[in-house]
Design a protein around this ligand. Structure first.
Ligand code: PAF
Length: 292
């Protein structure tokens, strides 16, 4: 265990799973709960809101900070991913000094074999992000399963910005009979509507301002969905981005929230959601909105 000394208050940061497990066993009682917030660091208000929810709902809260190599299909993206452990621990500390931080090394997680497990997520993995980021969800499934095995949380908190990831984690938990509740939390947005993301840090000031187009387009798409077909809405969004010189649309999809299959014809008994991914200056941003 490494003790981080910040203004004379000591908070524990664990870099090794053995010490973390021993510590959690020592604080756990027969009916106490552990809330868990897995992150890749570069923390923002969205992450902190997940931690707040966990603090409010559990006896202990564990936050992991680990940039997971197996979920990056683009080596450049992995290299550039911000690693800001000291800043992150300060943010967590400002929120609550009782949060238990697990910031493992790649070796502590992968024990010399950095590879993903092969999962079957019943097709959820083949839609949207899965089409554009091959292997990404096997990497996510692998790390989340390992972290669950280490932390043994009662409740685990995930943001709805990565809605496909949320559904995939739920599926992985059900298929592997893991004893953990998966809680999806609302998206935290900047004042211009841009969904909070660690990647926003890489945007220039004008790009960050102009990125409001993503959420604005989703809100308008939601309005149009009341009176237009799925394909008409999709064509409209494509047109919006065709006439924008800064943002390149990678995909816009309207899909069933449960199966994530693309909507071809609206059905009354399904809940639909719009999903979008855009590039600006090689930075990839995603967002989503419920169409209910
Ligand atoms: O959403 C993320 O930050 C990551 O995909 C997660 C869940 C922490 C797994 O590495």
């Amino acid at each position: 265990m490494f003790a981080f000394n910040f203004n004379k208050i000591i908070m524990p940061i664990f870099h090794g799973k053995a010490a973390l497990i021993e510590f959690l066993n020592s604080v756990k009682t027969s009916n106490s709960t552990i809330g868990f917030v897995p992150t890749m660091g570069a923390l923002h208000q969205g992450h902190l809101s997940l931690m707040q929810q966990s603090l409010a709902e559990n006896n202990n809260t564990v936050v992991s900070i680990f940039v997971n190599p197996t979920q990056f299909n683009n080596p450049e993206d992995l290299k550039k991913y911000p690693r800001t452990l000291e800043k992150d621990t300060q943010k967590i500390f400002s929120l609550d000094t009782n949060i238990i931080i697990y910031a493992p090394s790649v070796d502590d997680i992968y024990e010399g074999k950095v590879a993903s497990e092969d999962f079957d997520f019943d097709g959820l993995e083949n839609q949207m992000e899965g089409k554009f980021r091959p292997g990404h969800f096997n990497g996510v499934g692998t790390i989340v399963k390992r972290l669950f095995e280490i932390v043994s949380p009662t409740n685990a908190y995930f943001g709805k910005k990565d809605f496909q990831q949320l559904q995939i984690v739920k599926k992985m938990v059900r298929k592997n009979h893991l004893d953990v509740n998966i809680i999806g939390c609302e998206i935290f947005r900047e004042s211009n509507g841009l969904a909070m993301s660690s990647r926003n840090e890489r945007l220039s000031v004008p790009e960050r301002e102009q990125a409001s187009i993503i959420y604005q387009t989703l809100v308008e798409a939601k309005e149009k969905f009341k009176t237009h077909s799925c394909n008409e809405v999709k064509d409209w969004v494509t047109e919006v981005f065709n006439s924008n010189t800064i943002f390149d649309l990678e995909y816009f999809e309207i899909a069933d929230e449960e199966t994530l299959t693309t909507c071809t014809e609206q059905s009354k008994d399904k809940n639909y959601r719009a999903f979008i991914a855009v590039f600006v200056n090689n930075i990839r941003l995603i967002d989503t909105i419920s169409l209910k």
